[in-house]
Design a protein around this ligand. Sequence first.
Ligand SMILES: C[S@@+](CC[C@H](N)C(=O)[O-])C[C@H]1O[C@@H](n2cnc3c(N)ncnc32)[C@H](O)[C@@H]1O
Length: 297
Amino acid sequence: MSEKSKIQKELAVQWKDIKPLRSMIDSLPQINADIVFGDAFTLSLSDILPQNTSMIKKCALALRSWRKGPFSIGELFIDSEWQSFIKYNLLRPHFNLKDKKVADIGCNNGYYLFKMLQEKPKKLVGFDPTPLFWCQFDFINRFAKTDILYELLGVEDLSDYGEKFDVIFCLGVLYHRSDPLGCLKSLFNGLEKDGELFLDTFMIDGDEDIVLCPKKSYSKISNVYFIPTVNALKNWCERVGFSKVEVLAKKPTDATEQRKTEWILGQSLKDFLDPNDNSKTIEGYPSPKRVYVKIKK
Ligand SMILES: C[S@@+](CC[C@H](N)C(=O)[O-])C[C@H]1O[C@@H](n2cnc3c(N)ncnc32)[C@H](O)[C@@H]1O
């Protein structure tokens, strides 16, 4: 683990919101689990006592909101806001992780990393600076017992990380960055020579080299800064030194992929769109559409 991530974790466990979650996770029973790779990342638990089932559920509920998933742990099904297997299954035919050093930047609770175990990579590292998602990861990993490394770090820490990766995933992060070229440059620096980057971001339609800059929020998300056309995205990538950008898919986000469940607190996609015209966000911008790309260093 990097020294900075270690310090961030030491600080995070003192926070009043995080401290009780850490104690809950630490007091969970040690139970053997078999991993089953389905659309839900599934942990099949053996010989589990009823009181353990209720402890696990209580902890999972305390760890809300579960944005990414789903996960299945024994009898418990964590029906996350996002059906993350839709994105995973879209990308899956385009990567080969066997014996590769792989990083997922903005990995959230590690859902994709857990799924990637099936691809037999040499190493899996997740970067995400949000302490709640690190706690969710540790909760799942308490049963999964994998050697995935979770760094409480951001994309901006990749350049100085001291280790480079053969394949990097950076999904759903670029539009949150106020400096998208700086973000892409960090990803470039984090890759080995000939490395590959898989990225998805919000996009706008059109062939021009232009970018939408939302005024205060986009789809009720305040930290969305730049939404490019595909051509503008390609220009950013070329400017930071990437050699090739391949468009894998373009797809609107709909309620089959993102919806309100009991596992999140607050609103979801339906509340972010204009109720009279779902082609627009509540702010009047084009509704969320993503482009998925494979980028060569
Ligand atoms: C929209 S979610 C995307 C999650 C996941 N990658 C996916 O595509 O489903 C954005 C994620 O970026 C993380 N994040 C926030 N700041 C970040 C940063 N500076 N570097 C990397 N990730 C960051 C958030 O904690 C969150 O998990």
